[in-house]
Design a protein around this ligand. Structure first.
Ligand SMILES: [Zn+2]
Ligand SMILES: [Zn+2]
Length: 302
């Protein structure tokens, strides 16, 4: 599966000429997903050579303006371009109220359906089940309802080792392909899956965690992902400010990456007070070596 993530915006609070508000584009072969849609995400898509018309799924983490204020403009543009295909929109339930009021007073009529799915910030939940991938939401701890997202390639059925399974009944073979052990009625393992099968692919995964206070409970959901994006709004010198505003420092983001055993960490959502992002890298990479700075327009290929 071709799996690419492009950073469209990496600033918190106010935008600059180099950093827009939070938004990531995820390309899974020809399916395009948008995660968060800060102000001017439409411009960022154009600037980096993407077509908004290709989007089919949009995920909004929370309702602070820097994560969704570009959404209404984006939806209206899609409508002006005579879109017919539905958009699946996943967001905190209150976004529905915001959209309804806006479209009522602008008297906007849509040519395409917007399928709205309210996220919950209480549990790890599968919210999208497509042919080749799954998307889960999970709770983050912020000042308002906020969720992270995990996008995971589906695992292909395991391959059977022919000489080891030749006398087994078809229902056993089916279970083994799904990765299950064969267990007798007393709960004892009679055939261990890994003894008679082998995996075809190592499913790729990407997790998005913005915005949140330092919250190690999320490690269970994002364990071992190929790429973790985690906010790092502040440096340790402003740790108190991070706590008060329910954000993280670069060191805290790196600690999450280390505890979750991820392969790569990208940090972003920087406070505009810092002019030099090298300090974020220095602070984070002392805890977790494979840390990268989110820069608008950068693409990561899994
Ligand atoms: Zn934010
Ligand atoms: Zn926020």
């Amino acid at each position: 599966l071709s799996f690419k993530i492009t950073i469209l915006g990496s600033s918190s609070a106010t935008i600059s000429k180099d950093r827009g508000h939070s938004s990531h584009l995820v390309q899974l072969e020809n399916i395009h997903l948008l995660i968060d849609c800060g102000e001017a995400t439409q411009i960022q898509l154009k600037k980096f050579g993407f077509k908004a018309s290709k989007l089919s799924h949009i995920y909004i983490s929370h309702l602070h303006g820097d994560h969704y204020l570009g959404l209404i403009g984006l939806l209206l543009s899609l409508n002006l371009h005579k879109r017919k295909e539905p958009i699946n929109l996943y967001a905190p339930p209150e976004l529905m109220d915001i959209l309804v009021v806006n479209f009522k007073f602008s008297d906007s009529k849509f040519n395409f359906p917007i399928n709205f799915f309210a996220t919950n910030n209480q549990s790890f939940t599968c919210i999208t089940d497509e042919k080749k991938f799954l998307v889960y939401s999970f709770p983050l701890k912020h000042r308002i309802h906020c969720t992270g997202f995990l996008i995971k390639e589906k695992s292909k059925p395991r391959k059977l080792i022919a000489e080891k399974v030749k006398n087994l009944p078809p229902n056993y073979l089916k279970m083994l392909k799904q990765g299950l052990d064969i267990i007798d009625k007393n709960g004892n393992v009679i055939i261990k899956n890994e003894d008679v099968t082998y995996p075809v692919n190592q499913p790729k995964a990407y997790a998005y965690c913005s915005d949140t206070i330092f919250y190690p409970e999320i490690c269970q959901y994002i364990k071992g992902v190929d790429l973790l994006y985690h906010e790092a709004t502040f440096l340790e010198e402003h740790k108190d400010r991070a706590n008060e505003t329910y954000h993280c420092t670069a060191k805290q983001a790196a600690t999450i990456a280390k505890q979750a055993g991820v392969k790569k960490l990208v940090i972003g959502h920087f406070s505009p007070r810092y002019k030099d992002t090298n300090r974020f890298i220095q602070e984070a990479s002392s805890i977790f070596e494979h840390t990268y700075i989110a820069n608008d327009g950068d693409t990561y290929v899994l």
